[in-house]
Design a protein around this ligand. Structure first.
Ligand code: ARG
Length: 477
């Protein structure tokens, strides 16, 4: 493209009127139309408008506190910004691509509304510290919403666990029947995953909660700003430490996406189990029809779409985490335009997490356990074989020998199509003379689960107590 500079390098007047008002001073021609669209972020970062205005109000009141703005000027700015917020809320705001991003759209609207005093707002700050502040403020609010959603899901899950504390199902390792457990115990295992996720989310919030405002473009500002005041206005714990780091750091977004990836990985594992359990082969649970859809060709189908989609969305959230890590991995200090690419992955991660949590909080408490099918399945896989070995150990047999004896009894059971608890003492004592009538109290599924009566064990009594403890933790948040 031919530069439209006039002779002697003086600005071409007609072109300079079309350049961006915020930074057009040194430019001699307007930005190319495609480049304007390519570099603009307003289509997606307008989502930050409330937090942008919140940050600007805090900045203006700090400028007035240190005497850079008069009280009247600051007040005009604040009132103007509040009016812009309500215009945006009610849909009466024209976002302009030419003004690039949410920050310049709002600043330009402010000046249009209140006159040249609006041009003073940007004193002592840059869009670099402004955007770093906006995303933190926005994400902090989202974290608080997500914390509530996550707690609600946990509460529903724990209550179901308590109600199902005595429901026996097979526990699996390698997806082979291992030992009987209670359904309540299984649900509380899920809750532990979510409990760690909640902790990770709070850790992310703690590290995020520092105010970058004042870092300005990268080096700080020559005005006598009061950074602690601005930080306090915005309910940050403190002002961030280093100006270069403040404008370039996006760790908080990565940490949030890492939290989301782990959460979705957990929810995907839960989904996988729900999908298996609703199948005709397991029939362990029934999901209410409202969480499922049918097939347009196979009339008998009831598909577990909600857990399937949650499992699928894990891929997209993992993708966003990788996108942000890759975005940051080679950036020199301090701010680079690359950082504009942080928003869409972060926004979509937040939306996806919110939707998945909402779907699960509605669905999990509505899971109907098919107790008979679970019980029958637990009986089928010789799930009390370990209990028989433990019984023999109690009678003085070494565990390895007991293991061998029980292995032979199981082989017999497979050949005769009988569970251990279906055999007579006569049949069992063929394998060890030590097996007597009292064996049946350990061979039943009920006896097996009741025996695991310690913290973290599957005994119904322990599950009930664990559920109470878990509920208490949530109530104390
Ligand atoms: N829209 C930009 C972003 O999202 C705002 C900061 C622009 N700063 C700059 N020096 N161009 O990162």
């Amino acid at each position: 493209m031919v530069m439209s500079k006039s002779k002697k390098g003086l600005p071409n007047k007609s072109d300079s009127t079309k350049t961006n008002q915020a930074w057009g001073g040194r430019f001699n021609e307007p930005v190319d139309d495609f480049v304007a669209r390519f570099t603009a972020s307003v289509n997606f970062d307008q989502r930050l408008y409330q937090h942008d205005i919140q940050g600007s109000i805090a900045h203006a009141s700090m400028l007035s506190k240190i005497g850079v703005l008069s009280a009247t000027e600051a007040n005009e700015i604040v009132v103007g910004l509040q009016a812009i917020a309500s215009d945006i809320e009610s849909g009466h705001f024209d976002w302009s691509i030419a003004l690039e991003d949410v920050h310049m759209n709002i600043e330009s609207a402010l000046t249009a509304r209140i006159g040249s005093v609006g041009k003073k707002l940007h004193t002592g700050r840059s869009r670099n510290d402004q955007v770093a502040t906006d995303i933190r403020l926005w994400l902090r609010d989202e974290i608080d919403v997500i914390s509530v959603l996550l707690s609600a899901l946990q509460k529903g899950m724990i209550e179901l666990a308590s109600a199902e504390s005595g429901t026996i199902m097979p526990g699996f390792t390698h997806l082979q029947t291992a030992q009987p457990v209670t359904f309540g115990h299984h649900l509380l295992a899920w809750n532990e995953m979510l409990e760690r996720d909640f902790g990770r989310l709070q850790d992310c919030r703690k590290r995020l909660n520092q105010c970058p405002l004042g870092a300005a473009a990268l080096a700080g500002t020559s005005y006598p700003i009061d950074r602690e005041y601005t930080a306090a206005q915005l309910a940050f714990d403190k002002a961030s430490e280093n100006s270069l780091d403040s404008v370039s750091d996006r760790d908080f977004a990565i940490e949030f996406c890492a939290f989301a990836s782990i959460l979705l990985t957990h929810m995907s594992r839960m989904s996988e189990e729900l999908i298996l359990w609703t199948s005709a082969q397991f029939q362990f649970i029934e999901l209410p029809d409202r969480f499922c859809t049918g097939s347009s060709i196979m009339p008998q189908k009831k598909n577990p779409d909600v857990p399937e989609l949650v499992r699928g969305k894990t891929g997209r959230v993992n993708g966003h985490l990788i996108a942000l890590l890759t975005l940051m991995k080679s950036q020199p200090l301090a701010y680079n335009k690359d950082n504009q690419e942080d928003k869409e992955p972060l926004f979509d991660t937040v939306d996806t997490v919110r939707d998945c949590l909402r779907a699960f909080s509605d669905m999990v408490p509505a899971i109907q356990a098919n107790k008979i099918a679970m019980y029958e399945a637990a009986k089928r896989g010789f799930s009390t074989a370990t209990d028989l070995a433990d019984y023999l150990v109690g009678k003085g047999v070494a565990f390895r020998d007991a293991h061998e004896i029980v292995g032979k009894s199981v082989a017999y059971g497979i050949a005769e199509n009988k569970d251990l608890s279906d055999m007579t003492v006569g049949e069992l004592s063929v394998f060890s003379k030590l097996i007597k009538d009292d064996v049946f109290s350990v061979l039943t599924l009920e006896g097996s689960v009741a025996a695991r009566n310690h913290i973290g064990g599957t005994a119904p009594q322990q599950v009930k107590a664990a559920a109470q403890r878990a509920l208490k933790k949530i109530a104390n948040r």
